[in-house]
Design a protein around this ligand. Structure first.
Ligand SMILES: *Cc1c(COP(=O)(O)O)cnc(C)c1O
Length: 461
């Protein structure tokens, strides 16, 4: 049978992707200097005559692949970067070939249905209220933005104010209470929503980075409280049970930023951390971090669907409405045209099952503990209580710690970033990739110790 141009292109792309992933463990995590220099070749004039697809894929692979950061390989511990399960890459490819617009049910019945199924599974998996609704967005940032838009709607509509129609000018004033450890993306969402990233009340945190409930101001029916499941440095959880109890009594709204940590709700071993989080009003999480689906993939979940719908829905005569009672995806998202992100979430959940998600959480926690034990055995100080996947390490002075981080990054066996935790400069290790093996952790500990010993001997000489 003759091979068509489409087959030729997609097979070539597939072969190159396979090859990339096959070699990823044996290359340095960061792009080499030569690879970065070759990027210059891309800056030429747009040709008059278009280039053949196979030649473009060749360029993309030869110039592009070496200039990637090998985050997919399993020894990248910066930010909170999940990997991508091979299945979710495959599911994403198929969905890309479909090229569905997930805006409406009638533009893609399959995309809408896989969102329905995934939401149903997520509710049960995370133990959220049966009526919990949600939407699939680009990441936790947009999930938080969407949830806070719903919160803004809910609190103001109870005061008789239609914020979607009238805006915030002249509206009753909303108050936002967060902890000092609030994630920057929540501040960004507040600024986008006109709530102001500085017009907020910041509650002090304890030594583990948890909001101190006894220092929280009195709440009322015009207050939004943002708490976190998974501090981006320490991995710790705010005391949700107490916050939600106070908020419920006052008529306040509680939003949870659980970009990675929300998945801990699945693992009963972590119930001491996760207690009370299901009592919140809205939740933001990521698929592209702990669930290991490809970028970009975030999920907003909301106790009362009507608030998210009121904040997000739109209508026009040419946008035919779906069947009464069906969930129309675009009524719940800030975007209209949108890729079918639910496909990857559905595939990952079906592949892992409840057991697999529980084990994934346990694996990340165990590997973080291995890092902490390994590095403290060599005499380095762990600055946080390792309750989840995050490890903060000091190698002495700020200067020495920074030198160790630089050396580890330059060597390329693994990659760890830096942070400042409660005034101290630290190496920040974040475990989030199912491709990470215990051998990867061991290799990485050796690389870190090697860098630290070199920094120490240089300091001594
Ligand atoms: C990553 C992260 C976010 C932002 O998520 P995006 O997917 O990058 O939009 C928010 N909060 C926490 C705690 C995070 O770790």
């Amino acid at each position: 049978m003759e091979i068509t141009p489409t087959q030729l292109i997609l097979r070539d792309a597939c072969a190159r992707a396979n090859d990339y992933l096959h070699r990823i463990k044996s290359r340095p995590v960061v792009a080499s200097v030569q690879a970065a220099q070759r990027l210059e070749e891309l800056f030429h004039d747009l040709p008059n005559k278009g280039v053949h697809p196979l030649e473009i894929l060749r360029q993309l692979d030869e110039i592009g692949s070496p200039a990637t950061v090998a985050t997919a390989g399993g020894r990248y511990f910066g930010l909170v970067i999940g990997g991508a399960l091979p299945l979710t890459i495959g599911a994403s490819w198929l969905a890309t070939a479909w090229d569905q617009n997930a805006c409406f049910r009638w533009t893609s019945p399959i995309a809408a249905t896989l969102e329905d199924v995934s939401l149903q599974w997520l509710r049960k998996l995370l133990g959220l209220p049966a009526e919990t609704a949600g939407a699939f967005v680009s990441g936790a940032s947009m999930a938080t933005f969407s949830a806070l838009a719903a919160a803004r709607h809910a609190l103001l509509s109870r005061q008789g104010w239609n914020v979607e129609a009238q805006g915030l000018y002249g509206a009753p004033e909303l108050r936002v209470v967060v902890s000092e450890e609030i994630h920057v993306t929540v501040l960004k969402a507040l600024s986008l929503l006109g709530l102001g990233r500085e017009r907020i009340i910041k509650v002090p945190t304890d030594s583990r980075g948890r909001l101190q409930v006894d220092l929280m101001p009195a709440l009322d029916e015009l207050t939004i409280v943002c708490i976190q499941a998974g501090n981006v440095n320490s991995g710790d959880f705010d005391p949700a049970a107490q916050v939600c109890r106070l908020a419920k009594a006052a008529g306040a709204w509680v939003h949870v930023d659980g970009a990675f940590g929300l998945w801990a709700l699945v693992n009963p071993d972590l119930s001491a951390l996760t207690e009370g989080f299901t009592d919140a009003d809205s939740w933001a999480t990521d698929g592209h971090k702990w669930l290991n689906v490809p970028y970009d993939n975030g999920i907003v979940l909301i106790r009362e669907a009507a608030h998210l719908r009121a904040a997000m829905s739109m209508s026009a005569s040419y946008l035919a409405e779906g069947m009464e009672g069906d969930r129309e995806p675009s009524h719940y998202t800030p975007e209209s045209s949108r890729r079918a992100r639910g496909v990857e979430i559905w595939a990952a959940l079906l592949h892992l099952g409840r057991d697999g998600v529980e084990k994934l959480v346990a694996q990340f926690c165990r590997q973080a503990t291995l890092f902490a034990q390994g590095l403290s055995k060599h005499g380095y100080e762990i600055l946080n209580e390792v309750v989840l996947n995050q490890v903060l390490v000091s190698f002495g002075s700020a200067q020495v710690t920074r030198a160790v981080i630089d050396a580890v990054q330059a060597e390329g066996v693994c990659w760890c970033g830096g942070t400042v935790w409660q005034g101290r400069t630290a190496m920040r290790i974040s475990v989030a990739n199912l491709a990470t093996t215990e051998a990867d952790v061991e290799l990485s500990i050796q690389a870190i110790v090697r860098a630290a010993e070199k920094a120490r001997s240089r300091g001594a000489s």
